[in-house]
Design a protein around this ligand. Structure first.
Ligand SMILES: [Zn+2]
Length: 381
């Protein structure tokens, strides 16, 4: 018989590396952690389905389900971690260290350990008496592309009433955050000797006009796309990187700009991209075939909890905290696409995420287990 205490499970989860990284050299498959979690939940009666995530390097999502029928509750989290800073950890990131009422290790807080909390919370439940389904989802590549959650949303396999994503929020319900996209503008001019600038096409001059249009768009966003519940209320556009030309005595033949745009809820990614192209349309028209706009990577949409089943009320009552916004992106907009009320709500603090000596305080155990237990009772029984 395998060890099944909270700490045993935590230790095992942390011991299985599941780093995701853009850089292929350090990117790892999450197959092993998915298999471990599958066995863990299968052994107590969950039905398991594992999906290979397309456009990813050997990554998998796990969906575990007990009970059947309409609605129900989804408890979701990501199975991957960020890479760790070698030499900056005071202990082995893959060996759970229990010290000073804390658990140290990579993923203890963000957020593989959440699955140990779920397991603990369902220990006292009579799973055979469940009336609505309880789902557990472990996704892949949240820390890089969110490919796992994107794929899961596209499949539309389940439609729970409510979903909780157990990212570290200090057990405060998070119901909103902005989106994020990176855009690149490349301008092809025609180089030549600077003694006669008319003989070439100066890419920096075209970029100057493009930037002017983008700054007008920025002002338009600030005026018309706002959500006053954010510290920075407007949808923002930031010029982040520009590179062009090679010498002062040459006409600039190539110029590149990278910028980002952060949508507020209500402004979709598609709409934002359309607004960028509309803003640049006069420059496109004046310089045909010289300007190329591309998305640098898949965008993350803004998120706002739907609250059709009063999840906010429930979470506020159970946690004692009112709903808040986050200033980081999560998988919540994708889980939202299942059509459920979605909140980000979990143990641990974002302060300890992505840091050397990542830890979670054991003070979170009792309140988190109680919270999850009550949520499941409220929704599934
Ligand atoms: Zn996370």
């Amino acid at each position: 018989m395998r060890n099944r205490t909270f700490l045993d499970i935590y230790e095992k989860i942390i011991s299985i590396p599941s780093i995701s990284a853009m850089e292929e050299r350090i990117d790892q498959s999450n197959k092993q952690i998915i298999d471990y979690l599958s066995n863990l939940f299968a052994d107590i009666g969950f039905r398991i389905s594992i999906q290979k995530v397309p456009n990813a390097r050997n990554k998998y999502n796990l969906l575990a389900q007990v009970g059947s029928g309409e609605g129900g509750l989804l408890l979701a989290g990501h199975s991957d971690t960020v890479p760790f800073d070698e030499g900056r950890w005071n202990s082995d990131p893959f060996k759970l260290k229990h010290q000073d009422n804390r658990l140290y290790g990579l993923g203890t807080c963000d957020m593989k350990g959440f699955f140990a909390f779920i397991f603990e919370a369902i220990q006292t439940l009579e799973l055979d008496k469940i009336k609505k389904p309880l789902f557990i989802l472990a996704t892949a590549d949240e820390e890089t592309t969110m490919a796992g959650a994107r794929f899961f949303a596209s499949q539309q396999l389940i439609k729970p009433e409510m979903a909780i994503i157990g990212e570290p929020t200090e057990l405060k319900p998070i119901g909103k955050h902005k989106g994020h996209m990176g855009q690149s503008l490349e301008i092809a001019g025609q180089s030549g000797h600077s003694s006669d600038p008319e003989k070439g096409v100066n890419a920096i001059e075209i970029m100057h006009k493009a930037i002017h249009s983008l700054l007008e768009l920025r002002d338009n966003l600030a005026l018309n796309y706002r959500d006053e519940s954010f510290t920075v209320p407007q949808a923002t556009l930031n010029l982040g990187h520009v590179h062009g030309g090679d010498a002062e005595n040459r006409i600039c033949g190539h110029c590149k700009l990278n910028f980002d745009l952060r949508c507020v809820p209500g402004l979709s990614d598609e709409q934002a991209v359309r607004m960028i192209d509309d803003a640049l349309a006069p420059v496109y028209k004046q310089y045909p075939n010289r300007i190329l706009r591309t998305s640098m990577y898949d965008s993350s949409p803004a998120f706002a909890c739907k609250n059709e089943h009063d999840i906010v009320d429930l979470a506020e009552t159970l946690t004692g905290f009112s709903m808040q916004n986050a200033n980081y992106a999560t998988e919540a907009p994708f889980i939202n696409m299942l059509g459920c009320d979605t909140l980000v709500l979990g143990p641990g603090s974002i302060e300890q995420a992505h840091q050397p000596d990542e830890f979670i305080s054991l003070d979170y155990v009792a309140p988190t287990v109680t919270l999850l237990n009550k949520m499941i009772h409220h929704i599934c029984y």
